[in-house]
Design a protein around this ligand. Structure first.
Ligand code: BG6
Ligand code: MG
Length: 216
């Protein structure tokens, strides 16, 4: 049985369903550039930085752009995304997440956030969750994005816990890969068929408590 002393949480798609807003904003940009983006294709963008995501999309659409144009599109995409975020309230915290976070905290386990997003602090503030985490490692603090383990290794260090005693909660394949590459346990939040490399996959946190640590 795993001896879990720290939990590292991804944000988008784990704590809040911002993944759908990223998808809508990227789809809008793709449509403007003359091609479409399906939800299946969007799956490969989860956990990946904004710049990397645009690179993948431009390649898919066969579109070549100058660095200036790329930057312009990144800013526009983020503007559309933030319109969704700014309309968000604490109601959008995914079912069961708040109770689960509180239970982990009460158990004395350490808690950190590990997100690729440069908007992570803004989102945590909108959800009133900043005080829940001892450390927030976001897209502004890393040089290597997921699937590189840097995000979670910095998080583990920040909460003074060896990777072997950490579990990462992730909805993205890149995030599960990052956790495993860092020598941590991974719990996938989503579909088994997508996240099968994780030690365990759950559909969400509803009804889940600390017993989950006995299941990995
Ligand atoms: C991740 C999302 O959490 O953050 C990705 O899963 C997103 O889809 C990435 O591209 C970067 O987010 P942001 O907010 O910096 O554009
Ligand atoms: Mg995610």
């Amino acid at each position: 049985m795993a001896d879990i002393r720290a939990c590292l949480f991804d944000l988008d798609g784990v704590i809040v369903d911002t993944a759908k807003y990223h998808y809508l904003a990227w789809k809008r940009l793709c449509n403007e550039l003359g091609f479409d983006l399906t939800e299946e294709e969007n799956e490969s963008l989860k956990g990946i930085s904004r710049v990397e995501s645009l690179n993948i999309l431009l390649k898919k659409g066969g579109v070549e752009l100058s660095p200036e144009k790329r930057e312009e599109h990144l800013v526009r995409k983020n503007g559309w995304y933030l319109e969704y975020i700014d309309a968000m309230s604490t109601d959008e915290i995914l079912p069961g997440v708040l109770d689960f976070l509180k239970a982990v905290k009460a158990s004395g386990r350490r808690m950190a956030l590990g997100s690729a997003s440069k908007n992570a602090m803004h989102i945590l503030e909108a959800l009133d969750l900043v005080s829940m985490f001892e450390a927030v490692v976001d897209g502004t603090k890393v040089t290597c994005g997921k699937p590189h383990p840097q995000t979670f290794l910095i998080g583990a260090e920040a909460v003074g816990t060896a990777p072997a005693h950490c579990v990462v909660f992730e909805d993205a394949v890149a995030g599960v890969d990052a956790a495993l590459a860092g020598g941590m346990y991974a719990i996938g939040v989503g579909e088994q068929s997508v996240l099968h490399k994780a030690h365990k996959v759950i559909p969400g946190f509803d009804g889940r408590g600390l017993e989950i640590f006995d299941e990995i």
